[in-house]
Design a protein. Structure first.
Length: 185
């Protein structure tokens, strides 16, 4: 494939988009990215990382299931082989739907319901981790809605102090910083 110089691309008129895409592609070409192994634990994180891998590699749908087979370790490979024998035309989407009930992903449950009933029992930092896990599964929400879910899950005495201090909770660092300050005194 012939390379087009920047000058030639200027004549074509689409320089910034083509140059930035080429730049990103050339940087990624030198990086070795590996499909994460799946051992049956933390399926949500594995899905996320596998999707990133497929996106970075430009993997076509027909190859995803074949590549995933290589990432299965331990007992997951035996389950996967059985699934391949029993499921005709196994696609990436069908595979994800089969993995969820077998390895316990929360995506089948209602993350909105769980988020609205999540309550702090230990430290704020201990509350933030499950809050973030559930938040990552509900998709994009207005900041005020995330804040509402977060505040309603806090212990009443901490929630009261947070409201008094009127902090902004836009990200994990702010939530942890605020919670630690309040719990500490």
């Amino acid at each position: 494939m012939a390379r087009i110089s920047n000058r030639e691309m200027n004549q074509e008129g689409d320089t910034s988009t083509n140059n930035s895409v080429q730049s990103v592609e050339s940087r990624l070409a030198g990086k070795k990215v590996k499909l994460p192994q799946f051992d049956g634990e933390d399926m949500v994180a594995w899905f996320t990382r596998a999707e990133i891998y497929f996106d970075v590699q430009g993997t076509i749908d027909e190859m995803k299931v074949k590549l995933v087979r290589l990432s299965m370790v331990g007992s997951t490979i035996h389950w996967f082989n059985l699934l391949l024998e029993t499921e005709d035309d196994l696609s990436w989407e069908k595979l994800k739907c089969s993995l969820i009930p077998r390895y316990g992903g929360r995506r089948l449950e209602n993350p909105f319901e769980e988020l609205s009933t999540l309550k702090q029992s230990g430290s704020v930092e201990d509350f933030v981790e499950p809050f973030e896990l559930l938040s990552s599964q509900v998709g994009r929400l207005p900041e005020e809605q995330y804040l509402g879910y977060f505040m309603s899950g806090l212990k009443p005495q901490i929630r009261k102090r947070v409201r008094t201090l009127n902090y902004s909770y836009g990200n994990d660092a702010n939530r942890k910083r605020c919670g630690s300050r309040i719990e500490g005194g």
